[in-house]
Design a protein around this ligand. Structure first.
Ligand code: GLN
Length: 320
C-alpha cells in the first residue's frame, strides 16, 4: 500500500532535521541532563484519530511546561474565566519562562504559560482540591492522552531538590496574596505535574483532543469542555512558546506549547494534533528541531491559522 502523504513528509522532515545539532539539553534540572540529545520523534494525530509517526515517538519524556495549558483549562473549569483572571493575566510577557516578575499595576503573573502564572494556577487548583489536586491533573491529562500516565519520580525529586528559582517565584506570589498559605504543598503539585511521563504519540493525541474541541479523537470521550478548550488554545496561541511566541504566531500560526525536556505540542484547530520530541533547546528554551519541523510542516500544508483559504489547508482537510 502506498504511504500516506503526511507519513512521507514527516519521514522526510525527520531525516533532514535529524541532522540539526544546534542547541543544548537543559541541565538546570539535573535529571534532565541525562536525556539523549539525539532522540527525535514526530507524531501527528488527526481529529478523527488517524496516527502518523516516525522516529523516537514511543520514548518517554517528562511533560514539563506542556502541562501548563491543561492545568489552566482545569482552573477555568473549576472557577470560571472571570475568577481566574483575577489571579493571572493573558498577556505575553516577552520575557523568559522563569522570569521573576509580575505585571506592573495588577501584580498578577503575565499569563499561565510562564512559571509564575502556572504556579498560581496550580495553587488555585490546590485551594479547591487540596490533596487530590495532583490526581485530578493526572487523571485529566491521562484522559486526553487516552491511557494512564505516570510520574517520573527521579525527575520530580531532582526538580524539587533544586527548584530554588521557582521557590523564589512562589514566595513573590505569596507576598502578593496570589497563592494561599499552603504554597509549599501547591508548589509540590507543580513539580509533580511537570514530571508526568509521556511520549510524542501521547502528546500528539492530547493535541488532537484539543483540536477536536476537547473530545478524545479515538474514543470520543469528552475530556475538556468547550470554554476551557477555547481558553487553552487562545493562550497557547499568544503565549505558548515563551518569548518566541510572537515569531511563532507569525511563522507557524497555530496554538502550541513547548517544554524544557524537548517536547513541542501544536494544534491545528479542528484538524490535527502535532507533537515533536527532541531535547536540544535553543536560547529561548524551545526544542530546536521541534521548531524547524513545525515551521516547515506549517508552510508545506498551509497550517497557519490565516492560510485558511489557500490550497494548502484545503489540501490537508481533504487528506484526513
Ligand atoms: N519544570 C520546569 C520549570 O518549572 C518547566 C519549565 C519548562 O518546561 N520550560 O522550570
Amino acid at each position: 500500500m502506498e504511504k500516506h502523504e503526511l507519513q512521507v513528509v514527516i519521514e522526510d522532515l525527520h531525516e533532514r532535521y535529524g541532522r540539526l545539532t544546534t542547541g543544548e539539553v537543559a541541565t538546570y534540572i539535573p535529571e534532565l541532563s541525562k536525556a539523549d540529545p539525539e532522540r527525535f520523534g514526530i507524531a501527528m494525530v488527526s481529529s478523527s484519530g488517524q496516527l502518523f509517526k516516525t522516529g523516537d515517538c514511543d520514548v518517554p519524556f517528562t511533560i514539563q511546561s506542556v502541562s501548563k495549558p491543561f492545568t489552566f483549562g482545569l482552573a477555568i473549569e473549576a472557577y470560571g474565566a472571570e475568577r481566574v483572571s483575577q489571579y493571572v493575566g493573558v498577556e505575553p510577557s516577552g520575557d523568559a519562562f522563569n522570569a521573576i516578575e509580575l505585571q506592573h499595576g495588577t501584580n498578577r503573573p503575565f499569563n499561565p504559560m510562564v512559571n509564575s502564572g502556572a504556579i498560581t494556577v496550580t495553587a488555585l487548583l490546590h485551594a479547591k482540591y487540596g490533596r487530590e489536586t495532583f490526581d485530578i491533573i493526572l487523571d485529566r491529562t491521562s484522559k486526553a492522552a487516552g491511557r494512564p500516565l505516570v510520574v517520573d519520580e527521579a525527575v520530580y525529586e531532582s526538580e524539587r531538590r533544586t527548584g530554588h528559582r521557582n521557590r523564589a517565584i512562589a514566595h513573590l506570589l505569596l507576598n502578593f496574596g496570589l497563592v494561599h498559605d499552603e504554597a509549599e504543598s501547591a508548589f509540590d503539585v507543580y513539580f509533580r505535574q511537570c514530571a508526568i511521563l509521556l511520549t510524542a504519540v501521547d502528546l500528539a493525541t492530547m493535541a488532537a483532543t484539543l483540536s477536536n474541541m476537547g473530545q478524545h479523537p479515538v474514543t470520543g470521550d469528552p475530556v475538556f469542555d468547550l470554554t476551557s478548550t477555547r481558553a487553552m488554545l487562545a493562550i497557547m496561541f499568544t503565549c505558548g512558546m515563551y518569548d518566541y511566541s510572537g515569531e511563532w504566531a507569525y511563522r507557524v500560526g497555530v496554538p502550541a506549547k513547548s517544554g524544557v525536556s524537548g517536547g513541542v505540542m501544536a494544534v491545528v484547530n479542528r484538524q490535527l494534533g502535532i507533537a515533536t520530541y527532541s531535547p536540544r533547546l535553543d536560547t529561548r528554551g524551545n526544542s530546536a528541531r521541534g521548531i524547524e519541523t513545525c515551521v516547515e510542516l506549517a508552510s508545506r500544508f498551509g497550517l497557519h491559522a490565516f492560510d485558511c483559504l489557500n490550497v494548502g489547508s484545503s489540501f490537508l482537510t481533504t487528506m484526513l
